[in-house]
Write a new protein. Structure first.
Length: 189
């Protein structure tokens, strides 16, 4: 799938929003990728996640892990395509933790799957959990990289289906058109 085909799917499912948004990272943006609106269409979810899985197929990994909530469907579909188990980490008292009896065995190799990455905070938290349990992160894969190349070094390969340089602004540096409007926060809490 080409980047334009993927963007067309985001547009046709109304998953690419325009307005004034407050991102989980604390940044403000004119655009928001509401992947849940795209992923609710199971055939589309299977198609885009399979395309993402093909980008990491040659990377040696035992399992796929994803941060809740946005990464769960992506991680599940990537894992299904690769024929691997999938687990997830979820919020507890404001930070991600491993729960539900999921285990990370020493030396197990993981692909971290996420929907959208701006600064990589949830991805880094997930990586830290894998490593704290003795696991190895073999790669990070996401549907949308909106970082504009400003990601931290995750210490492993990073792949995405689409990479965009979507403007994002600090709260004290908003352009006039955003400064005069209230921000909405449509993503994860």
């Amino acid at each position: 799938m080409t980047q334009e085909e993927i963007l067309d799917l985001f547009r046709s499912t109304n998953a690419l929003l325009d307005g004034h948004f407050l991102l989980r990272s604390g940044l403000h943006s004119r655009q928001f990728f509401q992947c849940a609106l795209l992923l609710q269409h199971t055939q589309i979810a299977a198609r885009v996640c399979a395309a993402l899985a093909e980008k990491v197929r040659e990377i040696e990994a035992d399992r796929v892990i994803s941060p809740a909530l946005g990464g769960i469907i992506v991680g599940h579909e990537v894992a299904r395509t690769l024929g691997k188990p999938h687990i997830f980490v979820e919020k507890e008292e404001g930070k991600l933790v491993l729960r539900r009896g999921f285990e990370i065995r020493t030396g197990s190799k993981f692909i971290v799957a996420e929907d959208v990455v701006t600064r990589g905070g949830r991805v880094q938290e997930t990586i830290d959990i894998v490593r704290a349990h003795g696991g190895v992160v073999a790669a990070v894969a996401c549907l949308v990289d909106r970082s504009g190349g400003n990601l931290p070094d995750f210490g492993c390969p990073f792949v995405s289906l689409i990479a965009l340089n979507v403007e994002a602004f600090e709260a004290d540096k908003l352009p006039p058109d955003l400064a005069g409007t209230a921000a909405t926060k449509p993503g994860s809490k």
